[in-house]
Design a protein around this ligand. Structure first.
Ligand SMILES: Cc1cc2nc3c(=O)[nH]c(=O)nc-3n(C[C@H](O)[C@H](O)[C@H](O)COP(=O)(O)O)c2cc1C
Length: 330
């Protein structure tokens, strides 16, 4: 008998395959389908800091309105209040997901500052979220800031959010950093329970016919697993908090690879779009088959077995140049 169960962020998961935040983790029917497919946990689609700020402004207007006298301004307030209340819907989704699914529900916030919005993390906790994933990244286009000044944002956000919640917090980061290993290490020591390596972003492209900017490669390919695999393998023996892998995991064997590298869990999105939610069951079956073949009865038996700290040739994870014999092509 194989046991796929694990813990992630201190939560008990029936297996380490988590539905990453995406358009498939927003509607209750999809969340129920994910639960039925056997998924280990769900990260809800992110709400954006901007949405929280908009709500705050609305409250501010409401307060002013109560003491206001000009009727024409009242019309403006009424229009403003008609704006779709995405936050109320989000809270309803958390409550419904907790009622109608059996898996841990991780709320997600996409944020780019540490100001004003963090109180809302407490509201998500009160709605029943089991944990909170913070999706933090702004492309550093202020060229007057140093790398350290730019990265301070992560620490400021963690500090503010920690004041508001008692549920575990994870941070989902990008690989854009001038000193990634050091940043990862310092983040894992900042009081978070988990770090997700890495987020994958919306990428711009150019339509040469229309001379316009378009989007490209919305979904990952299996080849994209290499970057998170390398960094999970390098860091997993060296950090205190849980590491979760994200990007390029498209089948059960890729999940196994990330666990061998030392991940506690993986987060998948593109494969759910490409192959459908029920494909999760097949991924889990392939994992079990591999475990049976290798004689592992639980994921703890093989987690981290091929991370940098465990292998005979640790430099292999740091090799970045193609040597002549290595490429075998010259
Ligand atoms: C359509 C789509 C929407 C996404 N929306 C979010 C989001 O709201 N918040 C977030 O943190 N990540 C979001 N992601 C990123 C995924 O959670 C995931 O980290 C990324 O796609 C890499 O995993 P994959 O290779 O399995 O797709 C989205 C991805 C896709 C494809």
């Amino acid at each position: 008998m194989t046991d796929l169960s694990t813990t992630y962020l201190g939560l008990k998961l029936r297996n380490p395959v988590i539905a990453a935040s995406s358009g498939l983790t927003l509607n209750i029917d999809d969340l129920i389908a994910l639960d039925k497919s056997g998924i280990g946990a769900i990260v809800l689609k992110s709400i954006f800091e901007e949405e929280i700020r908009r709500e705050l402004e609305k409250d501010q207007f409401q307060m002013n309105k109560d003491s206001f006298i000009y009727p024409e301004t009242m019309d403006f307030y009424d229009d403003f209040n008609a704006v779709d209340d995405s936050l109320t819907k989000y809270l309803r989704t958390i409550r419904e997901a907790k009622e109608k699914t059996s898996v841990p529900i991780i709320a997600s916030i996409n944020c780019v500052t540490a100001e004003k919005w963090p109180y809302y993390a407490g509201v998500l906790q009160d709605a029943g979220a089991d944990a909170l994933e913070l999706n933090v990244f702004a492309l550093p286009t202020n060229f007057n800031l140093t790398a350290q000044e730019t990265e301070q944002l992560y620490f400021d956000i963690i500090e503010q959010v920690k004041k508001e919640v008692t549920i575990p917090i994870s941070l989902k980061i990008s690989f854009y950093s001038s000193n990634l290993g050091s940043l990862i290490k310092r983040l894992t020591e900042s009081g978070i329970s988990g770090l997700v390596l890495f987020n994958r972003f919306y990428n711009p492209d150019i339509d040469p016919d229309a001379l316009k900017i378009t989007s490209s490669h919305v979904f990952s390919t299996p080849a994209e697993i290499s970057l998170p695999l390398r960094w999970i393998a390098i860091m997993s023996g060296r950090v205190q908090c849980d590491l979760a892998a994200s990007t390029g995991i498209h089948d059960g064997i890729s999940v196994v690879k990330q666990l061998l590298a030392g991940a506690r869990a993986v987060e998948i999105a593109s494969v759910l779009y490409r192959k459908g939610i029920p494909y999760v069951a097949e991924m889990l079956k392939d994992m079990e088959q591999w475990m049976n073949l290798k004689g592992f009865s639980s994921v703890d038996d093989f987690r981290g077995k091929v991370n940098q700290a465990s292998v005979k040739d640790p430099a292999a994870f740091e090799r970045v140049q193609f040597m002549k014999y290595f490429a075998g092509k010259e």
